[in-house]
Every structure is written in structure tokens, then in C-alpha cells.
Design a binder for this molecule. Structure first.
Ligand code: AMP
Length: 453
């Protein structure tokens, strides 16, 4: 199937071909026709599936065919809500890319940066607004945005918006959209809260699912490296050095942990940067740009900061620590293996995290192969300890206007971590004929050997 056969106008086809896309991805094939017909969409879309173009292309086309408001002025007619600044910036970039041959204007608003340039752009008039919920409501309260002409609403990564405690903000925004006619709802995972929100919002939606819910992208090879907690950093340096990885995204649970790890990697001679919510937007943008340009070899990120990162052909993702919520594992490993490329996701798992690992394996419906690297075999005498989630000082609980601790799910996982079966009681990949023990790779570099020593 070609983009032409989807009924897109020539300006959009030109932009798509200039971007180098030859064929629509499965989600684009499924989403574009019903969106063009004006239907609501409930999209169960993995990250990296091409969903942004899947909703942006038909959205632009619909705006071109619907008339301007009665007063003839440009007005916000499409609103895209995203959970994070990075994702907002990325979606906005896509809107500009795909709409570059059309006379439509768009802008993006998110927190952490000066609000005044955003106000000026809004004042000059835009057709499409991409926003994070908090900053959008700041503009609403200052009367710098008018949402009364919004026809199309997109909720991108709705599950993450709920995880981050944005539900009240989302409902406030919805109340400001009297004339809204079409809703495009995307989520990688489907909890009961998500289903409830979708039920409230959507009118007989077209259901689109490109990969089974709650399963990880097929193109990602997953492996667990059992290791003692105190040796994780050493193992990470060793893996990076010995395999000569040049671009690795590493996840930690806490902001503090991300900072510490990136500093430690630097002392191992590996150029690293941390990206998390306590960094200024400028620092986050710079770290990401340096990582994309290959100036920074390792980007250490927390879950929230990494959400929405789209790095072309990112080959390696490492879970330095497993996430507290199993669904986050899917989001994390979805940073690699995007748009048909092969990717590799490794998890360095210590005895404290065995319960979290079990939750993840249940969610992805498979045993993840366990491969011990060289002499990094865990010491069986080490007992599981409670997991330090770094709340309070290290990591704030997500926003929740009701004041409820939205991390309760995380906290449950944390307390359960202790009762996990020890390593020797875990099923390992050995059963399936896979190696359960791997010698260190032969092409050890000096850096790799030193850090593993
Ligand atoms: P998304 O899931 O929207 O974040 O997209 C993931 C990646 O796929 C982005 O880097 C896009 O540029 C790329 N992409 C989107 N559509 C296509 C396509 N039809 N062919 C190839 N790559 C695509």
C-alpha cells in the first residue's frame, strides 16, 4: 500500500516523500482513513510505530478542508496534548515537517521555559497547538489562548499523562472545548483508568491496534544480566567498553541516581550526560542534541524525562534499574527498535528487583533470557533489600491535584520487592536452550577491561 492510496493531498505526499518514507507504517494505514472521515480514534500504539505521522497527516488535511472561523481570523482548531516537553517538541517538529507545503501555522507550548515568546506566537494566531497540560492551563488563566474553536483534540500517550497525575488538568482542558468534534486518543497501555477516560471522551471510535497491548516491540531483543547492585556500574562500563557501543540510553529510577551514574561513567572515561526533570529545559535540550549528534555516548535518563525521546536508530537501551511500574519497561525499551530497526534492551537486575522483573515478564508475556556476564555472577549470599525509590529528596511523586499519592502502585511494587524469590529460584533462559552464562566478549577494549577489573 502507498501513501497515495490513503487519499492524502499532494502537499502532504510531497512532504512525506521528502522525509524519505516510501510506505505507510501499519498504524498509518489503519489510522489515516478513519481520521480523514472525521471519526474518533482509540489507538493502542507502541512507541516507534509512526503514530505521530498517523495522526498528524490526516489532521492537517482535515484542517485544510474545514473553513476558518466566521471572523476570518486564524484560530486554534487542532489541539495536541502530550505528557512531556520532549514529546511536545517532537510532535510540533513533525507538524512543521509534514505541513511544510501547507499554509497552516502551528506552535508548541510547554513549561520550564519563558512564557512570553509563546504568548507572542499565540497572539499572532495558530491553527495547530501542541501543548503540555500544565503550561496550556497557564496560558488559559492569562487569557493568552482561546480554545473555543478547537475541532480536533489529540491525546498523545494518554497513559503517561495519567501516570503523571494530569487527569484533572486534562478534564479542565476538555471543559474549555465547547465545539470540539473529533478526538484522537493514543495510549501504549490500557489500564482501567485509561479505558474510563476513553469511554468518556470517544464517540464510536475506530479501534486501532498495531501490536498486541502491553507487549514489547517485536524488533527489540531483550535480555537480563543478573548482577549484584554494587557491581552494576562496573558491569555497565564493561558492556559499553567491551562492545564499543557508541550510543546508549540508560535508565535509572531516580534523578539523583541518573546524576550519580553519569558522573561515575565520566570518571570511567565514558562521555555521559543525565536528563531528568530537575534539569532546566535548556540543559535537557542540549544533552539530547549532543547525544543525537554523537558527542555524548551515554544518556542517563529517568522515565519521565525519556518519554517521547525519538532518536533515529538508537541501538541500545539499558535498564540500569528496573522501573517501579512494569508498563514503564515497555516505554523504555520502545526507545529502541523504532520504525523497523533492530534494537537491543538489556536490564541489569539485582536480587532486590526480582519481584519487579516477574511483574515485567508477566506483562510482556514471556520469560526474558537471563545471561550472566563473565565474573559478574551475583553473590547468592546477598539478601534482597527494599528498593530505594528516592522519593522526597531524590524523586518527587508525580503531580496529582487531588493530593493523593499517585505512586501508590510504585510503592506496592517496592514493598513487594523484598519477598522475591532469589536468583536460583528464578526460571532462566537455560531451559529454552539459551546460554545462561556468557563469557566476556573477546574484543575487550582497554577501557572495558579496566572498568571491569
Ligand atoms: P513515532 O512512533 O511517531 O514516534 O515515529 C517513530 C519513528 O518512525 C520516527 O523517527 C519517524 O520519523 C519514523 N517514521 C514515521 N513514519 C514512517 C514511515 N512511513 N516510514 C519510515 N519511518 C517512519
Amino acid at each position: 500500500m502507498s501513501f497515495e492510496s490513503l487519499g492524502l493531498r499532494t502537499e502532504l505526499l510531497r512532504a512525506v516523500s521528502e522525509k524519505g518514507y516510501s510506505h505507510p507504517t501499519p498504524i498509518q494505514r489503519q489510522a489515516i482513513p478513519p481520521i480523514l472521515e472525521g471519526r474518533d480514534i482509540m489507538g493502542g500504539a507502541q512507541t516507534g510505530t509512526g503514530k505521530t505521522a498517523g495522526f498528524t497527516l490526516p489532521l492537517l488535511q482535515r484542517l485544510m478542508s474545514s473553513g476558518k472561523p466566521a471572523n476570518g481570523r486564524r484560530a486554534v482548531r487542532a489541539l495536541v496534548l502530550t505528557p512531556t516537553r520532549e514529546l511536545a517538541a517532537q510532535v510540533s517538529e513533525s507538524v512543521d515537517t509534514y505541513g511544510k507545503h501547507l499554509p497552516l501555522k502551528s506552535t508548541v507550548v510547554f513549561g520550564g521555559v519563558n512564557i512570553n515568546p509563546q504568548k507572542q506566537k499565540l497572539f499572532r494566531g495558530v491553527d495547530i497547538l501542541v501543548a503540555t497540560p500544565g503550561r496550556l492551563l497557564d496560558h488559559v488563566s492569562q487569557n493568552t489562548v482561546d480554545l473555543s474553536n478547537v475541532d480536533i483534540l489529540v491525546l498523545d500517550e494518554a497513559d503517561r499523562m495519567l501516570d503523571m497525575g494530569f487527569i484533572r488538568d486534562i478534564r479542565k482542558v476538555l471543559a474549555l472545548l465547547p465545539g470540539q468534534k473529533q478526538t484522537l486518543f493514543f495510549s501504549a497501555t490500557f489500564s482501567n483508568d485509561i479505558k474510563r477516560l476513553a469511554d468518556d471522551l470517544l464517540k464510536s471510535p475506530a479501534l486501532i491496534e498495531v501490536a498486541r497491548r502491553n507487549t514489547a516491540a517485536e524488533s527489540v531483543t531483550q535480555v537480563v544480566h543478573p548482577v549484584d547492585k554494587s557491581r552494576k556500574r562496573e558491569l555497565l562500563s564493561y558492556l559499553i567498553g567491551s562492545n564499543d557501543w557508541q550510543q546508549v540510553l540508560v535508565f535509572t529510577r531516580t534523578k539523583h541516581g541518573a546524576n550519580r551514574l553519569s558522573e561515575q561513567l565520566m570518571t570511567d572515561g565514558i562521555n555521559a550526560a543525565a536528563i531528568h526533570g530537575n534539569k532546566s529545559q535548556g540543559a535537557r535540550t542540549r544533552a539530547l542534541a549532543d547525544f543525537k549528534a554523537g558527542k555524548v555516548r551515554v544518556l542517563v535518563a529517568t522515565d519521565i524525562a525519556a518519554r517521547g525521546l525519538d532518536i533515529d536508530q538508537l541501538p541500545h537501551v539499558v535498564n540500569f534499574e528496573l522501573p517501579n511500574v512494569a508498563e514503564d519497561y515497555i516505554h523504555r525499551i520502545g526507545r529502541t527498535g523504532r520504525a523497523g530497526n533492530e534494537g537491543e534492551a538489556m536490564s541489569l537486575v539485582c536480587v532486590d528487583e526480582l519481584k519487579l522483573l516477574k511483574d515485567i515478564e508477566r506483562l510482556v508475556k514471556r520469560d526474558i533470557p537471563k545471561v550472566v556476564i563473565g565474573d559478574f555472577k551475583p553473590d547468592p549470599s546477598i539478601k534482597a533489600q527494599p528498593i530505594n525509590m528516592g522519593r522526597g529528596k531524590q524523586q518527587q511523586a508525580p503531580r496529582n491535584n487531588s493530593g493523593k499519592n499517585t505512586r501508590s502502585k510504585h510503592a506496592r511494587n517496592e514493598s513487594n520487592g523484598n519477598s522475591a524469590a532469589p536468583w536460583n529460584k528464578q526460571r532462566s533462559s537455560g531451559k529454552k536452550g539459551r546460554p545462561n552464562n556468557q563469557s566476556p566478549p573477546r574484543n575487550r577494549t582497554r577501557r572495558g577491561s579496566r572498568s571491569a577489573a
